[in-house]
Unconditional design. Sequence first.
Lengths: 342, 311
Amino acid sequence: MTAAVEFKDVTRHYGKVRAVDGVSIAIRDGEFFSMLGPSGSGKTTCLRLIAGFEQPTSGSIRIHGVEAAGVPPFERDVNTVFQDYALFPHMNVRDNVAYGLMVKGVDKAERYARSADALAMVALDSYGERKPSQLSGGQRQRVALARALVNRPRVLLLDEPLGALDLKLREQMQGELKSLQRKLGITFVYVTHDQSEALSMSDRVAVFNNGRIEQVDTPRNLYMRPTTVFVARFVGTSNVLSGDQAQKLAGSSQPFSLRPEHIRLAGEAMIDADSVCVGGRIEDIQYHGASSRIEVELDDGLRLVVSINNDEGEDARPPAIGEAVFAHWSREAMVPLRGQDA
Amino acid sequence: MNANAAYLRTPLHRLAGLLHRRGGLLLAILLGPPMIWMCVIYLGSLLALLWQGFYSFDDYSMSVLPQLTLKNYALIFAKGNFDIVLRTLAMAVSVTIGAAAIAFPIAYYMSRYATPAVKAFFYIGVMLPMWASYIVKAYSWSVILAKGGILFWVVTKLHLLWFMDWILQVPYVGGATLSTSHLGRFLVFTYIWLPFMVLPIQAALERVPPNLVQASMDLGARSGQTFRHVIWPLAFPGVVAGSIFTFSLTLGDFIIPTLIGPSGLFIGTFVYVQQGAVGNIPMAAAFTVVPIVLIALYLALAKRLGAFDAL
């Protein structure tokens, strides 16, 4: 099956800056694909390359098997939901949504019917006559979504669409976006710097760093089996150990990742062939409700972050700062990483 | 309490405290003088002038009599006088269209393509003529356009004299020479008012967010469609703002019609003659109302066309 979007060794330079540096990915048809990375990592440039606002310096981009180089944005069967929505301020909501159909010459009755359907899909049926300035941020976001989807694109590009919304609304929209994608079966390419957003919505995630892709994988694998130091640090919280420390704990100087929730704390040493056990002292405790985040300083000065569940019941004795403890974890929890520890 | 007492120890401190407590008082002090200027000197004098339009003028004694009459306003519609209005209006409309046609591409380039350095160069290029004396520029143009002038010389060298002669024979446009033709007058008006058209359009285009253009392309609009449906509607208020300048400046000007173009009065020259040579201030005042009414009609039309919807 042809990929919905395929990058082959794509590079985009701005003068000397390599915004995108040798990226190859294949986004499958109908999947929810996220591009995750810090700002300036090249994820948005990749999205703009798919939309056609940028042209690659080298490499090839294929959209549903068709070479995209030189094809202007208005000839591409993709639509974009912009970060700041980019609604036309001089048109009402209905005309905004109908815009794509209007410029393609769809007659008025049909385009208004279809834009009414699209607005119903995002639960804004009765807002057609309003101007974008009369809507809240969340409503504008929905209009932008409807305006893109009314064209029935095969690929929908979303550029940090929830970035400007407050937390509650963002979580609600995450759920709605995911169910919409499942219902329509359209390929979603979703750019975000929010790792929890990427993990919770995506079928697969590409992690970007410095214009390159660090890892493309399912959210679960990304979290459980990060392959590079950057991914281990960027996705979730992790203890990344390297060099002498890695040598001592894992028997190899190759860096490894150890998730805080995979470490257990105990009052006594647990000697076991399949696990590692080291002594230390509790330095700091942060209470997060369901869990607590505990910093443990090991005897050799190394600090580990440990996450424990607070589900032991009322009478369980909570850990205290200064207490001597033993940290132990399964050898399997140590995931070897490529790349240097920064 | 003690801290308060210490703070309010001098009259100046007490005044500062008073102004801080009563924001309206501060606003009144700040806005008072300009509002008095605006109402008394700015609008008041204009209303006084317009009021004079209702006074009578005695043709025999050549003096103004404070007897109220509508005769001056009625005279605007007399055959010869109304021709002046139509002649001026036609020129104002032509100049506005001409200036907009030239200014829009310049403004478009400035706001969407020019680098900061090029943009600064354009700003200076557009405004430089405004820094030179208006009268000198108008006189220079009469030399440029005169028979045997620079333009005449260039056209002769290019062997295009036949073309110029042909244009000068077109009714309503031509004349004996370029400098005595409506075309020449149009050229000079367009030249002089161009900056007033470029700058508002440029400011309006500058405010069109680039991502709206991208959104339009993304939704399938070709360049022409994007221009028609997104860029033009959003820049239109700027065009209207610029055209208010070119329109009203042309309606009121009396120097260019005096120096360049065929005989036949403009509103500006008519007012000048009435109040200067004749001393008929009431007639001049009545004629001053004409541009005001025309601009008001023009704004009403622009509003109906949706010029201010995007504001």
